[in-house]
Design a protein around this ligand. Structure first.
Ligand code: C5P
Length: 230
């Protein structure tokens, strides 16, 4: 990483799914006019392309080749982030629950995490970056000027996710969804490579009883305290 990159400020937002990380990250990035890194989208896209190419999680050579050749592009649009692999839009295929589950399986593999590290660090471009995921503050950007760890109870996270998915025609049950969310979190928290844990210098915010605007205001206050020019 060049010195120029190192000087670009990074806000790291980590936490399990359904805490509002992605929404807060994009609101804060628009407010500051900074870039965003949705690292979950990267893991989701990688896993999707791996499965499509019959590369299994234990196929070391296949994974290595994919890391070298995979062509994933992100584009910000009015309706959200569009994810493309080799020019094909795969947003809907990766944003579903199956996409999260698949991502979590490949995200356990140290080779995959290491292989995607540089790609994430290259997103650190002036005037600043808001990065959201599971290990932004612990591994990818340990020198982030502010690290936030968002959390909320599993039932509330499931309810939020259920409401989002219902709008897209999801036909599963709230109970089933909560079970899947709890299983995915356990897999993310208990893996040995970059587990989902707050960095020792992260500020924890519980969003269970807070709306997005309240969380956004708290995060902006924290940014202004650390970054007086913001
Ligand atoms: O954030 P999102 O739900 O899109 O992430 C999907 C999965 O990708 C997570 O459950 C996790 O397994 C993996 N992930 C990760 N590290 C990140 C971001 C996502 O392991 N920084």
């Amino acid at each position: 990483m060049s010195e120029a990159h190192q000087n670009v400020p990074v806000l790291a937002i980590d936490g399990p799914s359904g805490t509002g990380k992605g929404t807060i990250a994009s609101l804060v990035a628009s407010h500051l006019e900074w870039h965003t890194l949705d690292s979950g989208a990267l893991y989701r896209a990688f896993a999707y392309v791996a499965v499509e190419n019959d590369v299994s999680p234990d196929d070391v050579l296949g994974l290595e080749k994919l890391i070298r050749t995979i062509n994933i592009a992100f584009t910000q649009t009015d309706t959200g982030l569009k994810i493309a692999a080799d020019g094909r839009d795969i947003t809907d295929q990766v944003r579903c629950e199956a996409g999260g589950k698949r991502a979590s399986i490949f995200a356990k593999i140290p080779l995959v995490r290491q292989g995607l590290l540089d790609r994430q660090r290259r997103m650190r471009v002036a005037p600043g970056l808001v990065a959201d995921g599971r290990d932004m503050g612990t591994v990818v950007f340990p020198d982030a000027f502010l690290k936030i760890f968002l959390d909320a109870s599993a039932s509330i996270r499931a309810q939020r996710r259920y409401n989002q998915l219902k709008e897209k025609g999801f036909s599963g049950t709230l109970r089933g969804l909560e079970k899947e969310i709890v299983e995915r979190d356990a897999q993310d928290r208990n893996r040995s490579a970059s587990p989902l844990i707050p960095a020792s210098d992260a500020i924890a915010l519980d969003t269970s009883r807070k709306g997005i605007v309240e969380v956004f205001d708290e995060v902006v206050t924290l940014i202004e305290d650390r970054l007086p020019a913001a």
